[in-house]
Design a binder for this molecule. Structure first.
Ligand code: SAH
Length: 363
């Protein structure tokens, strides 16, 4: 059996250590080492025999390794292509703000949500990340950069609510005082609108910020760009958001990626403002975050013009909807999600094809 110490809370580690017959105080040492990403063999304040027994029990701590690292010369954003224990690739990005460093983590290898404008889903879904693998991204980035990360956004590759158990386990680990101790108020989770997941999350007592990737408020049109809308209509999604706010008191941020000619007209702005008010009611504070699309070469969508972006924002504000335009971080390093992994897999596939062509004699 394999036991991922990185994916265990302090209490779970204590239970394991007790069952293994070790003195209770060892659990704290082991958990502290795991939180730094230190492999069992290097937990130097444990007796050698204990490290050996732990290894024989199947205990391990494994951080992702850096396969590629890009640093933006413009704003210092760091983008990682990480390699997991089984060779799968994921991406993370560290963004440097005045008030601290925030990491954007992946929750799955690939994605099965199928959003038409997104690079993460181009090659489908491979597997879920474990809680330890999501946490490992934060620790690996901290270790590599030699700084403390004080905020987390789950906005990398994957749909966190399509990997519900591991996502919630990760949120508890990363915010735990005996773990990385990153306050839930500095954590955001972004979802394409998995309604049953939103309703479940509302009951977890985790005061994180929920971001909902909306991108269109007209159900029939949203279906064209976000297949999840076939499962849940926009009306059902907004009802879940309203319930989430009622249960948690946490405001929700609505992400709206502007795609030229698809969802960026004055008509769409008006429908968005009216739809949000109708669906969420008068009491709920509403914030819309506008994101000009990052062009994905494989997709036939283009970003809205700067003029269309500001007109869209103005139209929302005039209708009483609070709207900001997201600053694009790391524009020189392609910091948007999914693209590095996609490129790398393409290159790998080409290399494999070439290698196979060489061993296979031409017909
Ligand atoms: N699956 C989750 C989290 C990952 S995506 C979700 O859908 O929210 C993080 C954000 O980037 C989402 O709002 C997503 O819609 C957006 N996004 C995806 N591709 C994009 C692109 N090419 N340009 C701009 N934003 C994009």
């Amino acid at each position: 059996m394999e036991i991922d110490l990185l994916g265990m809370t302090g209490e779970e580690t204590a239970r394991l250590i007790k069952e293994a017959g070790f003195p209770a105080f060892r659990a704290g040492q082991i958990h502290a080492w795991a939180t730094k990403g230190t492999p069992v063999e290097e937990m130097t304040d444990l007796p050698k025999a204990m490290r050996q027994t732990l290894t024989e029990m199947g205990c391990f701590v494994s951080l992702p390794t850096v396969r590629q690292k890009l640093v933006s010369a413009i704003d210092g954003t760091v983008k990682y292509l990480f390699r997991l224990r089984d060779g799968q690739l994921i991406e993370s990005a560290v963004m440097k703000y005045r008030y601290g460093n925030t990491i954007c983590v992946s929750s799955q290898v690939g994605c099965r949500m199928g959003c038409r404008f997104c690079a993460s889903t181009l090659k489908g879904w491979v597997r879920n990340l474990t809680a330890g693998e999501i946490l490992g991204q934060v620790i690996a980035a901290q270790n590599d950069l030699g700084l403390r990360i004080s905020g987390v956004v789950m906005m990398g590759i994957g749909e966190p609510l399509d990997n519900y158990e591991n996502t919630v386990a990760f949120l508890r680990l990363v915010s735990s005082p005996d773990g990385l101790n990153i306050g839930a108020r500095h954590i955001s989770l972004s979802t394409c609108g998995v309604v049953d997941g939103i309703l479940r999350l509302a009951k977890e007592n985790l005061p994180i910020t929920l971001s909902v990737s909306l991108h269109n408020v007209i159900t029939s049109e949203r279906k064209q760009i976000m297949p999840i809308t076939n499962r849940y209509s926009v009306e059902e999604l907004l009802a879940a958001c309203k319930a989430y706010f009622a249960a948690t008191g946490r405001r929700i941020s609505f992400e709206y990626t502007l795609i030229a000619g698809i969802n960026d007209t004055p008509y769409h702005a008006a429908r968005l403002a009216d739809g949000l008010r109708a669906g969420l009611g008068k009491e709920m504070p509403i914030h819309v975050n506008l994101i000009p699309l990052n062009d994905v070469a494989e997709r036939n969508f283009r970003r809205s013009s700067a003029a269309a972006v500001s007109a869209f924002q103005r139209n929302l504000i005039q209708k009483g909807i609070n709207a900001t335009v997201r600053r694009r971080l790391g524009p020189d390093i392609n910091a948007s999600c999914g693209q590095l992994r996609f490129r790398e897999e393409e290159v790998l596939e080409q290399a494999i094809e070439q290698a196979q062509a060489q061993v296979r004699p031409p017909k």
